[in-house]
Design a protein around this ligand. Sequence first.
Ligand SMILES: Nc1nc2c(ncn2[C@@H]2O[C@H](COP(=O)(O)OP(=O)(O)OP(=O)(O)O)[C@@H](O)[C@H]2O)c(=O)[nH]1
Ligand SMILES: [Mg+2]
Length: 368
Amino acid sequence: MKTAVIILPTYNESKNIETLIEQIFLQQKKLKLWSLSVLVVDSSSPDGTAQIVKKIKNSQPKLHLLETKKEGLGKAYIQGFTHSLSHLSAEVVFEMDADLSHDPDKIPEFLGEIDKGADFVIGARYIPGGSIPKDWAFHRKLFSVFGNLIVRVGMMKLSVTDWTSGFRAIKKWVVSEITPELHNYSGYVFQVALLDKALKKKAKIVEIPIHFSDRKYGVSKINSVQYIVQTLIYVFTKSSFIRYVIVGLVGAVLDFGISYVLIEKVNLYLWLATLISAETAIISNFLFNNFWSFSHKKLETKFSLYVSKFAKFNIISVGSLAIQAGGIEFFGYLFGRKYWYFYKIFILAFIVIPYSYILYNKIIWKEK
Ligand SMILES: Nc1nc2c(ncn2[C@@H]2O[C@H](COP(=O)(O)OP(=O)(O)OP(=O)(O)O)[C@@H](O)[C@H]2O)c(=O)[nH]1
Ligand SMILES: [Mg+2]
């Protein structure tokens, strides 16, 4: 039998922990290939969570306790991962909240996916069959759904729908390769970072639907503002998509600004002013994308390569101009000229931005 260690990070979960441990071990009888162990990582809870665990431990040899300082959820998981691999011979580790929000009945299903070849199984709330509590206030639902969407689009990995779920099963090789890279993420943003790194290591990700229930006992420890800020910073600094959008905006400002000066102040021909300003924006986009947005795939410093890539970049840019011009004419023909700015925004956001981003990734800055 292989060992799966279910890590339960706890801070003041004295009202939940006993029921949860009991329900987890009840799953054992459904499993043929896996032996379940539970590792509680308690960050010095003042409510006596650790004492309760110690008491149960006397009659449950597969229950383990790691007592740590209070340094945040991410740090607790890193300690739990390291201990599970080095002391408990884990082949798979689970992440699971200890407040009964995650249903232990799902554990065999996670392991079933691992048996079928997954490296990283996510309990997902936003796929058919999954859910968040119906009685959540509107702002909380919105926050949860949109937060996830921003991370999905930001990281340009739409196939993963639940980036922030804390119910996951992960194979040993993924955990051991990634844990050393996670020490900077102590709070809840740890979950996003962990998944991102697993994707970069080409782990096979599978999602299964879960129902997320509200905790009945104890209080939430999440600091929402800190969580949002840290997550946005993560997406902002790690994702090429967001940087690419920023570079595009800088290009647009340059294009408009230079046109304005050349047309209004210098009195240059309209066509010449437009040509100069548009090409300046293209050059700026090319350089900023190369050295910032796609810096992890930066072009080799070879003059001939730059020339050929820059030529292709210009062709893609002309393509996006053609899409804009053709699209705006098309919508104008259908719905009238009056709403031209609306068409322009729509075409930019939904056609031109994805079009260029995909072509840049496929033609200019290819995966090495
Ligand atoms: N060891 C440890 N566990 C923590 C820490 N912070 C939170 N946890 C645990 O992490 C799990 C998730 O925390 P919650 O406060 O329930 O956060 P949440 O589930 O994202 O938010 P809610 O929906 O409000 O419950 C729970 O089991 C907490 O006890 C920490 O600093 N150390
Ligand atoms: Mg919770």
